[in-house]
Design a protein around this ligand. Sequence first.
Ligand SMILES: [Zn+2]
Length: 306
Amino acid sequence: MTPTPVFVGIDVGGTTTQVVIVDDRLRMLAHSTTHTPALEGGRAILDAASDLVDDIVRAHDVVIAGIGVGSAGVVDTAAGRVAVVSDSFSGWAGFEARSYLEARYGVASLIANDVNAFLAGEMIAGAGAGHADALGITLGTGVGGALWLGGRLFEGAHGAAGEIGHTPGFGDLPCTCGQRGHLETLASGRSIRSLYETATGARLSAAEISALAADGDADAQRVFREAGEGVARAILIATALLDVDAVVIGGGVSNAWDLLHPAIAAALAAEPPVRGSTPVVLRGTLGDSAVAQGAAALAYAARAAR
Ligand SMILES: [Zn+2]
């Protein structure tokens, strides 16, 4: 029997690397995670991922048809490497990731920004399927953004299009990037913990704060309402500029969807876009493996386009 052709998706995060393989209908066949040796350089980072890939391929009767990597940071997709990344990594920006994987596996490979990979996965195989244009927002430790326009990722001049998390106009709190008043100061997991601690003195996780909000804690409800209102403002900006008809939201904070979505919907209803209709706001359906699945979907789409 001929081995099944599969596409590998690799999500390189600051602490965890996740690998998935999907078949040629983008169904996930296997996934696995390991610690990212983020400070040991690009070769060590991709070797750790490759160990997972090799284990999965050995355990299944499959042959790799393409590889996609989703990584934190600004990614130069044309060059096939990360251009700029936070100092939680060492030796990753500038490492020739695509060339390294192509030499190791002998198949076409690509690397994309992780939020772009998230959105591509959701648009190709998840919540956004059927929509031609969308804004993607990830509410994780930080806030990421991406754009899907005309049925494909829109990367912009430097690969940073859609980065709504670090746009001013969302209050005046200091942001992790060194500036002030960014969406990330309201809607990230880190900011939700910090805003709740400022209000109450209690140091809790975003998940614990969302449970308190569900139980009627007024401070917890306010923190999530303000996060949702910030997200709504970001959606209104994207809708005014780009006339998107869908928004896909992922990341750990989106697990508090029952708190976030009503706040987003109410804020959108209070200030509807001038075009007269609000975009549909969707929760991502690919969950924790969305970036890896999206990277695999990008590898699949790249092969289909050749
Ligand atoms: Zn910022």
